[in-house]
Design a protein around this ligand. Structure first.
Ligand code: ATP
Ligand code: MG
Length: 436
């Protein structure tokens, strides 16, 4: 993308309405704009981050055997009356009436709709297990929308649902998702700690939240620091093998981690003092095993192996895709701006042309830009170098390739790493081989 023609409205001033760093930086870097309370438009650079996060989620869901689908945001209230949640959900649910006076709602989550689809389709235990997910907008009319996209009213969530024939298989599905979540977050460049959690309005008996540490987080959390060091990408736990999944779950559970609601002083005291970490955290995902809660209420039964019918066991699995954009910034920024982990960055690099109109600088910049095939942002604005440096730091590209007349004469460019701040004079070829 060429910055001179792009819709990336960066701001020099700090917007007064933003209380926390990620909200300030998302507005200043031109990623989002608020449209109404808790409702945001995603501008081109912000959408690229959202898409990158969704792509990582999709790749890891596929690896774990989950199938992507898409459910509507607007749903009939009748389905929610069957489960009893139409009344139970309260004022957080946005209720709508159509021209025929029928009650609809904008889905805050989808246990009812997916259970309805499953009961229409799945007739025998032989068709189980099934693991389905979508990445779709949700609406919750939060009492206090705040912190930008972190607690919005409309937000983008990955929600997944499992159907299994029995408890053992349902627990394997739960563990499979947990492993896939650990790999997903690690690939995004954030450390999310799995913590035993309360089940809340979704219900059920087993639940974990995935928490990114940040001083501005809304939950108080306690955990053993060993959990920060486990490498889930290098580990060779298999999704197919129940023993592997049990070993993975055992490994996680062998280290203490809990939110305030589940905190247990006695177990906490048993954690070696040097490993005890407590602080604030942001919930970026949550998974639930709730057995037959919805399948019972919604009368979902299938043929079992012995001629009797069985009620499928269910779980649900959420990732806050839009909240993650804010959470990653909370975990990775400095005074000057965002520091994007490479896997989610809107652009892999910015190419800064320090003398637009100089034939040599223009040519070198265009050559480099062409090599990136759209993955770089070319700062071709006719502006002072200082403003370009400041904007590139603010936007947080992992690399800056700085092209000035002196370097062009010597056949070099300056390569800056945003995370470490190091700047090196290198040949164009070596800059490209490092960054591309
Ligand atoms: P919270 O406790 O933060 O209100 P929740 O527990 O109600 O969230 P879940 O039903 O577990 O949310 O939804 C799955 C994920 O969706 C959460 O882990 C979170 O990352 C994200 N999420 C939930 N509510 C919001 C919101 N209002 N804005 C942005 N993301 C949200
Ligand atoms: Mg939750």
């Amino acid at each position: 993308m060429r910055l001179s023609r792009s819709f990336i409205p960066t701001l020099k001033e700090t917007p007064a309405e933003a209380q926390i760093a990620s909200h300030r930086l998302m507005l200043r870097a031109g990623l989002v704009r608020q449209v109404a309370s808790g409702i945001y438009a995603w501008l081109p650079a912000g959408l690229r981050v959202l898409d990158n996060i969704a792509t990582l989620v999709r790749e890891e869901q596929a690896a774990a055997g989950a199938q992507e689908m898409l459910m509507p945001t607007l749903q009939s209230a009748d389905l929610w009356r069957e489960s009893g949640r139409y009344d139970a959900y309260g004022p957080e649910m946005l209720r709508i009436r159509d021209r025929h006076e029928r009650d609809l709602l904008y889905a805050p989550t989808n246990e009812e709709l997916i259970t309805d689809l499953a009961r229409q389709t799945i007739k025998s235990y032989r068709e189980l297990p099934q693991m389905l997910y979508q990445i779709q907008w949700k609406f919750r009319d939060e009492v206090r929308p705040r912190f930008g996209v972190m607690r919005g009213r409309e937000f983008f969530m990955k929600d997944g649902y499992s159907f299994d024939r029995d408890y053992e298989s349902a627990v394997a599905s739960y563990r499979r998702m947990m492993l896939s979540y650990m790999r997903t977050f690690q690939r995004m460049g954030v450390r999310a700690i799995p913590m035993l959690a309360d089940t809340g309005p979704i219900g059920g008996e087993l639940s974990h939240e995935f928490i990114v540490l940040a001083p501005t987080g809304e939950s108080q959390v306690f955990y053993d620091s060993t959990l920060e060091e486990l490498d889930y990408l290098k580990s060779d736990f298999s999704y197919e093998n129940h023993e592997d999944l049990a070993a993975f779950h055992g490994l996680i559970n062998s280290y203490y981690a809990a939110t305030e609601e589940k905190h247990d002083e006695a177990r906490w005291e048993a954690v070696p003092a040097a490993n005890r970490r407590s602080g604030r955290g942001i919930e970026v995902g949550q998974i639930f095993y709730f057995g037959t809660k919805y399948s019972d209420k919604m009368n979902f039964r299938v043929a079992g192996h012995d001629g009797k019918t069985i009620t499928p066991e269910m779980g649900s699995y959420g990732i806050g895709v839009s909240r993650l954009v804010g959470a990653i910034i909370e975990a990775s920024h400095d005074e000057a701006g965002i520091i994007w982990p490479a896997a989610v960055a809107p652009f892999r690099a910015a190419i800064l042309n320090l003398r637009v109109g100089d034939a040599g600088c223009d040519r070198v910049c265009e050559d480099i830009y062409a090599k990136f095939g759209g993955a770089a942002l070319l700062d071709d604005r006719d502006e002072r170098a200082g403003g370009k440096f400041a904007d590139a730091d603010l936007m947080g590209h992992p690399w800056q390739i700085i092209v000035g007349p002196r370097g062009v004469a010597a056949g070099t460019v300056e390569l800056k790493n945003r995370a470490t701040g190091t700047r090196e004079e290198v040949s164009v070829e070596s800059a490209l081989s490092r960054v591309l």
